[in-house]
Design a binder for this molecule. Structure first.
Ligand code: FAD
Ligand code: FES
Ligand code: FES
Length: 1359
């Protein structure tokens, strides 16, 4: 049997259809669905199990208990070879627009839970699977089911609200909490949904009818019941996959192939193969060996089959906890605690217990508990069976255990606990859910009956070494002593010594991790004290102050409000402007029918392009050898700079950025770029790379795997150049700046400092931010074969610029290049310039080879190559009076641009133009420089520098408040613009609506009362602190570059009355097409059902401007309006002639009367300017205002926090579509919350980006939304500068995410005050748990020795 010979055909079902195939074992279900079956509803977001975009439902028949089980899985990690006998359900299988959509699809769409839509099929499938198992779920079920799915657009609230409609308790407004309606009890019904306009109508939704679901294929039941299972072998190009069915066979196979992994859930092996390039020539997959799944209960404990999935283990333990006496279930409960937080549900549904143990991750959550809980393994090999204790000797290194290579873990014994034995699991992770822990623990203590003397103690830690470690010496120091503070005090000293981490430890966060080892032990101490008291062993009562150390952070989501104004009573029913209309593609996004770039069918002869990038930050390329790559099967060509017939560089802000590095390139731009570098490179004409990730060349092959493998063989010989610069400090020291630098000043700053009562200086480092659009950079370029024409299907925000760039690269006129943008799966500024560079390279390949070429970046490549939001170092000096008035401020911004300028100069300008935020500072100076470093070039990101700019001024205000012992809100209020005012660039405006937002926000959030109650809470709780913040924003709308404030549209009316609208904006989730449909409907006086918005296409509407700067609706809306008005004017005489006619009849008459039914519309927008010499201008058309009140609770022992409540009041004029606008507000806020509190880009000391996927880079997930999240659109606001009196809203609210930062900072300030640390302190952004915890200055953080900077090489750079 151990011989690997026969090759098998696989049989499974997809959406009720039988599939039989010979498959390559390297194929995962995701690529099989998308490429082989052409079912593109299931999306690629990361390929590593971290985002949930690829979620599908898997169903299997279990013959033993004759049941069918359904579970959600990540298709990207599921090997097709494991599908024998399984039924796969994808988003296409549950409903579609041609037959019937499924209620889940409908409700997520109608609740406005789909913006760009790229995450939506995954969300739908997670929810669908939940409903298959539980048709009336609880809120907890829903948040758990969605915990493994990321969305970058919506902020999750609308998705949860859509799903909540399936809960039984949600059939009311729940305004009283606990599922109770506002009509119950005494509360005022003012918030009841009957009173206010609602974003969606639940009555308008299909009921869930479980009898309508796809049935499990009877053939698979028959197969499972009758067919004898036999082993299967699958062979591919590089791998042989064997799936045995008997234990005997498995043992034989493992002894013949000891190096072959046993692939169960593939959640460890899969990512290793994908991301680390590990190749296993033989894989053994024993998922059908039934002995690996057996469960045997004994009085001593339970033997759990090592193949059991983590979800199965969880269900088993939950059952046992319900059945057994409490005292026996200590280990089980601790494991349950960990299993609730481990990965997302899709991971737990496939990852196995044995796999988790044997993978021996340093931060495995189970191993510390299993080890502390005295668990053991039953291990089988050719030599026989043995039992191995799972203890400190089992884990021998990173990913290594004491198991022999040919050994198989058969089962795991988890003992019952006895009286006097306590086991607890504690962990701290960068995100509350679906994140590997920073430190995780399993702790066990045993007391003799009725005593507090420690009889036995085990302390196991994960995350503080290369593997799970035991704090043995600490345990010895405690055993035999009473469980009290004195004993613990000594234990901390031993522990610190025992688990000390050198300052360069991989993973970084050294001080934090060390302090967590202590503070988690302290938590354990408190938990056990509490347990001893409950058992009557001690009488000490834990004070509220102390017990705050073990009380969980609040986590129950509460109903939220979205308040907006109903349209005026007289507005026609079919006029939808001002009404909450669903995103026009939401349903097709939810059914998987919406077509994104990579969903387009493969073209005849199509090739795939993979980029080869630099692995050095600053080096000359001595040799580029592509000979081996060219030999690779399927490879067609390697594209280098030499192939470019036209412009080899892209000009940005006066500099030239090369498309591809190459030997012969003359670095003409260098002289102008950097004088310093010029000195060093007097003879610089050799090729250079200036960051890791710079594109060197591109491999084009018949398939993606071929292109990828071939690209890995391209040999580049580098000669390192000295002194790469990474941080802004380094750039400042070497004067490595892009020009121009900008300065702006009003008043007399120096004199005002002299006259101020106090002067204070401070600084803040603001980290960058990865766009993490769910759809990675994607494009397909198709040469049409005639007259050098190219069709470019691309996911980009600026198709005209892309068209122009491609034409210049290929030295052809723009009229030969047609750029098509149907929809974008999220962009946020990241699909402007960088996409264009990629498009030039892909078009070059297509043009050279005369064949269609597709380029879809993998998540890791995308994160490495395409840059991020600029990290900024902000310094400030502020002069203020005793009463809090700020008289002078001098702000400096050092922006880390990376290796090319991109849009950095424009960004520093926007930074300076927004540095006042909402404050009138009579003497204000700002300087900003774009630092050139050897990191990948940074680029535009929602807010375009404003989020960094305003954080600095708000920190400055916080410091003034701290200096004066006042609240920051008082200082803000005192210094806000009042009455008609002039900005520092001499732009006059009226801040009335800013004040209205401020006042309304204070009232709606009950600010004053909550401030008082927080003070009380903080007095009573030593280890939990609450903080409150109130943050305003004044955000300028329109491009400061006047020529970009224009738009055009083309509207056709066809003879059947249907209308086709094209405009220059791109649809990236922000709902622009929906709004354009509303505009056209109002102007033509027809229902929106007659209007279709076609793709954005440079052949239809030329010379478009980027969809950016929150100006898309303002500009394109006016252009569409213009075109529609022209057409309506043409029709008006016919309408007057025949007022009883119909739309169709008037259109038909117009045709016969030879009246043109097609018109272009144009809008010449704001004539803005900014004169930097004179330091004055009108760069913006108007301001959007908003104010946010936010409350957060911080666990001072771990830095963990929860946003308890957020209230945002926003002035967006008269909203064209409240649901779309509220979606932008909530989505931007959550993205801001990510920027300021969790998202961290980490680079190695040699400039290599570590954070290249959702496993390392954490964006907010459903667990991060504020527990109460209220949005209010300011009533009665008009804006004469934009369409229908609306205002731009895409970007502004991102900055209000900083209210969470300031609420955390406020809470931390309370913690510091408790240990006598008063006054201003620095908290850099993001305020991660690490930073918040260290800033709290607890006795635990204070114990950690700090290493002198410069005395060691840190694991990661502080950029
Ligand atoms: C997105 C994501 C999030 C995650 N989050 C967490 C987390 O928060 N906490 C945490 O602890 N873990 C986390 N993990 C890790 C996950 O729990 C483990 O990868 C998983 O448990 C491994 O099980 P598997 O069945 O998938 O292993 P596989 O990948 O199938 O195999 C892993 C290894 O185990 C060996 N192996 C498997 N079964 C046996 C056996 N019976 N006998 C001998 N060897 C065996 C294999 O040979 C292989 O070397 C996460 C993983 C992912 C992808
Ligand atoms: S693509 Fe599968 S989880 Fe991200
Ligand atoms: S709608 Fe969720 S990622 Fe865009």
């Amino acid at each position: 049997m151990a011989e690997i010979n026969q090759i098998e055909r696989l049989c499974f079902y997809v959406n009720g259809k039988r599939v039989t195939d010979y498959v390559d074992p390297e194929t995962m279900l995701l690529s099989y669905l998308r490429e082989k079956l052409r079912m593109t509803g299931t999306k690629y977001g990361c390929g590593g199990g971290g985002c949930g975009a690829c979620t599908v439902m898997l169903s299997r028949y279990e013959p033993n208990n004759k049941t069918i089980v359904h579970y959600s899985v990540n298709a990207c990690l599921l090997p097709v070879c494991q599908l024998q006998g399984a039924a796969v359900t994808t988003v296409e299988g549950i409903g579609n627009t041609k037959t019937r959509i499924h209620p889940v699809q409908e409700r997520i769409a109608k609740a406005h839970g789909s913006q760009c839509g790229f995450c939506t099929p995954g969300m739908v499938m997670s929810m669908y699977t939940l409903l298959r198992n539980k048709p009336q779920p609880t809120m907890e079920d829903i948040t758990e089911a969605l915990g493994g799915n990321l969305c970058r657009c919506t902020g999750y609230r609308p998705i949860v609200d859509g799903c909540k409609t399936f809960c039984q308790e949600s059939n009311c407004c729940q305004a009283n909490g606990n599922g109770s309606c506002c009509m119950n009890g005494n509360s005022q019904p003012k918030n009841c949904e009957d009173d206010l306009p609602q974003l969606f109508d639940k009555a308008d939704m299909l009921p869930l009818d479980p009898s309508q679901e796809l049935i499990f294929p009877p053939e698979l039941i028959v197969m499972a019941e009758t067919e004898t299972q036999k082993s299967q072998t699958f062979r591919g190009e590089r791998i042989t996959w064997v799936s045995p069915v008997s234990l005997e066979e498995l043992v034989q196979l493992k002894s013949c192939h000891p190096q072959a992994p046993l692939v169960m859930g593939n959640t460890n092996i899969g990512p290793d193969i994908k991301f680390k390039g590990v190749l296993h020539p033989v894989i053994i997959s024993p998922t059908r060996v039934k002995e690996l799944f057996e469960v045997t209960q004994t009085p001593q404990g339970v033997w759990v089959g090592a193949g059991s999935t983590l979800s199965a283990v969880r269900a088993l333990l939950a059952r046992l906890v319900g059945e057994l006496p409490l005292e026996q279930t200590e280990v089980y409960r601790a494991l349950l605690q960990q299993l609730g937080n481990l990965g997302g549900q899709q991971i737990r549904n496939v990852a196995s217990l044995g796999g988790n143990i044997v993978s021996a991750y340093p931060n495995s959550d189970l191993n510390p508990v299993l080890a502390a809980g005295n668990c053991k393994l039953e291990v089988l090999s050719k030599e026989g069976k043995e039992e191995i204790p799972l203890n400190k000797d089992f884990f021998v290194g990173f990913g290594k255990t004491a198991l022999k290579p040919n050994a198989i873990v058969l089962s795991v014994f988890i003992p019952v606990s006895r009286k006097g034995e306590f086991v607890r699991a504690l962990r701290q992770a960068p995100r509350k859910e679906n994140a590997l822990a920073t430190v995780t623990t399993g702790m066990r203590v045993v007391f003799p009956e009725g005593s507090r003397l420690v009889q036995d103690l085990s302390l196991y830690y994960g995350g503080v070494g290369p593997c799970t470690v035991s704090a043995t010496k600490t345990c010895s120091a405690v055993i035999g002593r009473p469980w009290n503070e004195e004993t613990l005090e000594e234990a901390y000293a031993v522990l610190l010594d025992e688990l000390t981490l050198p300052p360069s430890t991989p993973g970084g966060k050294v001080e934090f991790r060390m302090s967590l080892t202590l503070s988690l032990l302290f938590k354990f101490y408190l938990l056990i004290l509490q347990a001893l008291r409950e058992m009557g062993v001690t009488t000490e009562v834990l004070s509220q102050e102390m017990s705050s150390g073990i009380q969980p952070l609040p986590h129950q989501l509460q109903p939220s409000l979205q308040e907006f104004q109903a349209v005026a009573g007289g507005q026609e029913g079919q006029d939808l402007v001002g009404r909450p209309i669903m995103h026009r593609s939401a349903i097709s996004q939810a059914t998987g029918e919406a077509v994104y770039c990579d969903d387009m069918p493969k073209r005849d002869g199509e090739l795939f392009l993979v980029l080869v990038t630099s692995t050095r930050a600053h080096a000359k390329i001595i040799d580029l050898d592509v000979s081996q790559a060219l030999q690779f099967p399927g490879v067609v060509d390697v594209i280098t700079c030499r192939d470019i017939p036209g412009k080899k560089v892209r000009p940005f802000c006066g500099y030239e950025e090369e498309l591809l590095a190459e030997k012969e390139v003359q670095y003409m731009g260098i002289t102008s770029i950097c004088t310093l570098r010029n000195k060093r490179c007097q003879t610089a004409c050799a090729p250079q790379v200036s960051c890791v990730g710079q594109i060197v060349c591109a491999v084009v092959a018949d398939t993606k795997p071929h292109a990828k493998r071939s690209a890995a063989t391209v040999k580049i010989v580098y000669e390192d150049l000295p002194d790469p610069l990474f941080t802004v400090e380094e750039a400042m020291e070497k004067l490595s700046f892009f020009k121009p630098q900008r300065v702006i000043e009003r008043g007399h700053v120096t004199e005002a400092f002299a006259a101020a009562d106090q002067v204070h200086e401070g600084e803040i480092q603001i980290g960058g931010q990865e766009h993490f659009y769910m759809e990675t950079q994607s494009m397909l370029v198709v040469p049409t074969g005639e007259e050098r024409e190219l069709d470019v299907y691309i996911s980009c925000q600026h198709p005209s610029y892309t068209q122009e760039a491609i034409a210049e690269t290929l030295c052809i006129p723009s009229n030969r290049v047609s750029c098509h943008v149907k929809r974008i799966g999220g962009a946020f500024g990241g699909k402007l310039t960088k996409t264009t560079v990629l498009a030039c390279i892909t078009s070059l390949a297509a043009w050279k080879l005369g064949r269609p070429v597709r380029c879809i970046l993998e998540r890791g490549e995308d994160m490495l190559i395409t840059g991020a939001r600029h990290p900024v170092l902000g310094t400030y000096k502020v002069g203020f009076m005793k009463d809090g008035r700020i008289e002078a401020a001098d702000l400096h911004y050092y922006v880390n641009s990376g290796n090319t300028v991109d849009e950095s100069v424009l960004i520093i300008e926007k930074i300076l133009l927004h540095m006042d935020n909402a404050y009138k500072i009579p003497n204000l100076r700002g300087r900003a420089v774009a630092c050139r470093t050897n990191l990948p070039s940074n680029t535009a990101f929602r807010g375009f520098g404003v989020p960094q700019s305003m954080l600095v001024v708000e920190c400055m205000i916080n410091d003034v408040a701290a200096k004066l012992g006042r609240t920051a809100e008082e200082i803000r209020e005192m210094n806000m613009y009042k009455g008609v005012s002039m900005t520092h660039y001499k732009f006059e405006f009226d801040p009335e609506n800013l004040w209205r937002c401020w006042d309304e926000c204070k009232v709606k959030s009950d600010y004053d009362a909550r401030r008082k109650s927080i003070t009380g809470f903080n007095k009573q709780n030593r280890w939990k602190k609450r903080g409150l913040s109130l943050i305003p924003i004044k955000y300028g709308i329109a491009f400061a570059e006047s020529f970009l404030n224009q738009a055009a549209a083309l509207v056709h009316i066809y003879k059947d009355g249907s209308v086709l609208v094209s405009h220059g904006g791109t649809e990236m989730g922000q709902g622009i097409h929906t709004k354009m449909q509303q505009v056209a409907s109002r102007e033509l006086h027809i229902p929106i059902s007659l209007i279709h918005i076609t793709e954005t296409n440079t052949s239809t509407v030329p010379n478009t401007c980027p969809s950016a700067a929150s100006y898309g609706t303002d500009a394109n809306g006016m252009a569409v309006k213009d075109a529609c008005q022209i057409l309506y004017q043409r029709l008006e005489p016919l309408i007057k002639k025949n007022p009883e006619g119909t739309w169709k009849s008037w259109v038909t008459s117009a045709f016969f009367e030879k009246i043109s039914l097609s018109a272009t519309g144009f809008y010449k927008g704001h004539d803005g300017y900014m004169d930097w010499e004179k330091q004055e201008g009108e760069p913006y058309s108007y301001y959007t205002y908003g104010v946010c009140c936010c409350e957060a609770e911080v666990d001072c022992l771990t830095g963990d926090y929860r946003t308890v409540r957020t209230d945002i009041v926003v002035d967006i004029g008269r909203s064209v579509n409240p649901s779309v606008d509220i979606g932008q507000i909530e989505g931007a806020f959550i993205q801001g919350l990510g920027l300021y509190t969790m998202e961290e880009l980490k680079f190695s000391p040699s400039g290599v980006l570590y954070t290249r996927g959702p496993s390392q880079y954490k964006i907010p997930a459903v667990c991060d939304i504020p527990l109460k999240f209220n949005i209010y659109l300011l009533a009665g606001s008009d804006n004469s500068h934009a369409i229908y009196s609306s205002k731009g809203i895409g970007e502004p609210i991102l900055f209000l995410g900083s209210s969470v930062f300031f609420a955390i900072k406020d809470a931390v300030a309370s913690a510091r005050a408790e240990v006598g640390m008063k006054g201003p302190f620095t908290l850099n952004s993001p305020a991660t748990p690490e930073r918040a915890c260290l800033a709290c200055a607890t006795p635990f953080t204070q114990r950690i020795p700090t290493s002198q900077p410069g005395s060691f090489k840190p694991w990661a750079l502080d950029i």
